[in-house]
Design a protein around this ligand. Sequence first.
Ligand code: UDX
Ligand code: UDX
Length: 456
Amino acid sequence: MANILCIGAGYVGGPTMAVIAQKCPQHRVVVVDINEARIAAWQSDHLPIYEPGLDDMVRATRNKNLFFSTEVDRHIAEADIIFVSVNTPTKTFGQGAGKAADLQYWEKTARQILQNSTTPKIVVEKSTLPVRTAEAMEHILNSNGEGLHFDVVSNPEFLAEGTAVRNMENPDRVLIGARETPSGQKALQAIVDIYSQWVPRERIITTNLWSSELSKLVANAFLAQRISSINAISALCEKTGANVNEVAHAIGMDSRIGPHFLNASVGFGGSCFRKDILNLVYLCEYCGLSEIAGYWEQVVKMNEHQEARFVSNMLSAMFNTVAGKRIALLGVAFKANTSDTRESPALAVCRALLEERAEIVITDSHALDNARADLGADARRVTFEPDPYAAAAGAYAIAILTEWSYLAELDYQAIYQSMVRPAFVFDGRNILDHQSLFKMGFNVYAIGKPPLVHFQ
Ligand code: UDX
Ligand code: UDX
């Protein structure tokens, strides 16, 4: 039996540890966090995050071999293996502000591990970190005068919100990087042993530390790049009469390209893509590779352009003014099946429309509380309405901003009847049946398709 500890009970730490606890009943898994409210929520019937399948998994393991606690020091002392999944936001100050990762929580955590350890431990990087962070961690951890040895292992998470439990249970691959020393390889084997309880051995990849750290950034950069690429093409489709869905289907059938991650959208969001690409950009700049940095930075710029373009399209369609007009934003989560609104394109659209003095109503089945918190002072100027029909009533326009399947299944005839005419729908996720909406009387604007309008 091993005592496994995870520091950071967020979107990554919570689901990851719940799955490890379920798949490895012989191990004791503890998740700690400095945030008392968050830990209390993990111990309650209302988990702090919404993730399909998570409630059942936590219920089955909690207080058996999965525990949540705020006693960080005590649990560090007891642990054999410590996963660290504290947040690594983009730095907002000093050198690298706006791009580099803010590593203060990571370093603080490393020092806390050191202070509370009397036995050797394996420290696993779960958080996304700049390449060679493990080296800094080793220097801090092994600076103790007592001869205690710590091994730092990189095991980046690839789980996507909304499918986190499924991704952990059945991963495409698990990546584990460690030092090529005997002690590093022993630590690596200990982490391999955990995952091999349920993951086929051929899907567990082992590399050196730096390849593992870098692969995480590169995976997210490639995924985001695909979205920015298809979004760039969506602008061209709108001008030429091509349909971006048809183009995506046609190119995706080429097995060298593949069909995934080609859905044109109002933009990508989430806590990782923007942060990780900017991290990669900073790393390239730091290494003197300015052309490479510029290449990847364009992926983020294209995403900002797509969000801005969506709002410009709304404005020009609605006779160049939305001041005082009620506009319902349908969906505010950054993607379907999550309550998370971090970097959500819906919030960017909301803020831009507030600048234009529109009257904004936001509806979402799970993300309203997070949206309210993320909007800060702007939240006072927004109405939060859980019922999509009430949100749309009296609106001049509705905009689909999250690909929630329930939004595609609403009674749009009833919604049309309740709206101001001419009624507009802007489908930022291409999930609606545009022809039938047009027949109902809507003026329809989708991503990457010529608009369907009733007037010339
Ligand atoms: C975050 C990042 O978004 C991701 O890129 C990274 O790989 C891992 O960390 P996530 O789980 O989504 O992932 O973050 P978040 O939900 O903010 O959870 C981090 C938790 O760490 C918070 O609950 C926070 O209270 C906790 N924390 C932070 C500590 O317990 N101690 C600290 O010193 C700092
Ligand atoms: C991502 C990575 O997929 C995951 O491997 C990593 O561990 C964390 O970052 P996540 O941000 O949770 O996961 O969700 P993801 O499914 O990647 O979607 C990110 C954003 O891209 C969402 O806003 C989504 O709506 C958007 N998206 C995705 C598109 O606009 N089009 C697509 O084709 C796919």
